[in-house]
Design a protein around this ligand. Structure first.
Ligand code: KIV
Length: 267
């Protein structure tokens, strides 16, 4: 069964929305085979795979290139493309064109945009034109220059009220679900209980309607900083390093490949 934005929205109150990022065909195939209903081509790609220091420099062309690769690897999951910094913050026309590229050129099923009430007009227009939108509030890494860091959001009463208002605004505008990043668990629970679309948490506690993590963090294969809320479900980095080192040693020693005479002896 192919997941649609509508089907994911309908999971609210019934089943959790397990979600993960993917950045290329191989990671997408693994995620899809594991049965994730939502697979995000996150702009975290900038930092996890492309070596940028923040998500800000990644371009539309880079995001489209990787989304094409992810779409090739996915049969069932909903492929959501993350709109990169400055691809939607300008005019609505510019944002519409960029969102359209993800659907037309990269076979994405939906787009994700960061921001709350500020994005209402754009979300309404995208949805009215048949492009499902995943909202994203709380810690929004594309605003790191303005906010000054990657700290937990919504800690004061006023900030919590603003986030709740943002969630209502995005729900009203037609977003099919909402990422809540780095907000206190009690606030995430309050937002989750207050809106009719699924919340997908990352560093937002247990009470969201779903969870999302970054592919390389889940597998313990990343090289960069890993946030405290992440659980590594495997620790692949040392295994990968060991395997590569073993291969190199065998090449250096001349023990790989076996020459054909020796191969016959061992078979
Ligand atoms: O870019 C990304 O990977 C994300 C998720 C962490 C939600 O935005």
């Amino acid at each position: 069964m192919k997941w649609t934005a509508r089907k994911i929205k309908a999971l609210k109150g019934k089943l959790k929305v397990a979600s993960v990022t993917a950045y290329d065909t191989l990671s997408a195939q693994y995620a899809d085979e594991a049965g994730f209903p939502l697979i995000l081509v996150g702009d975290s790609l900038a930092m996890t795979v492309l070596g940028y220091e923040t998500t800000l420099p990644i371009t539309m062309d880079e995001m489209v290139h990787h989304t094409v690769a992810v779409s090739r690897g996915v049969q069932c999951g909903l492929v959501v493309a993350d709109m990169p910094f400055m691809s939607y913050q300008g005019t609505t026309e510019h944002a519409m064109e960029n969102a359209g590229r993800f659907i037309k050129e990269a076979a994405a099923d939906a787009v994700k945009i960061e921001g709350g009430a500020l994005r209402v007009e754009l979300v309404e227009k995208l949805v009215a034109n048949g492009i499902p939108v995943l909202g994203h509030i709380g810690l929004t890494p594309q605003s790191v220059k303005g906010t000054g860091g990657y700290a937990m959001q919504g800690k004061t009463d006023e900030a919590a009220r603003e986030l709740l208002d943002d969630a209502f605004a995005l729900e009203g505008a037609g977003a099919f679900a909402l990422v809540l990043e780095c907000v206190p668990a009690e606030l995430a629970q309050k937002i989750t209980d207050s809106i009719t679309i699924p919340t997908i948490g990352i560093g937002a506690g247990l009470h969201c309607d779903g969870q999302i993590l970054v592919f390389t963090d889940v597998l313990g294969m990343g090289n960069g900083h890993v946030p405290r809320f992440v659980k590594k479900f495997a620790d692949l980095k040392p295994q990968i390093q060991q395997a590569l080192s073993n291969y190199k040693t065998e090449v250096d020693l001349g023990t790989f490949p076996l020459d054909s005479a020796k191969k016959k002896e061992t078979t």
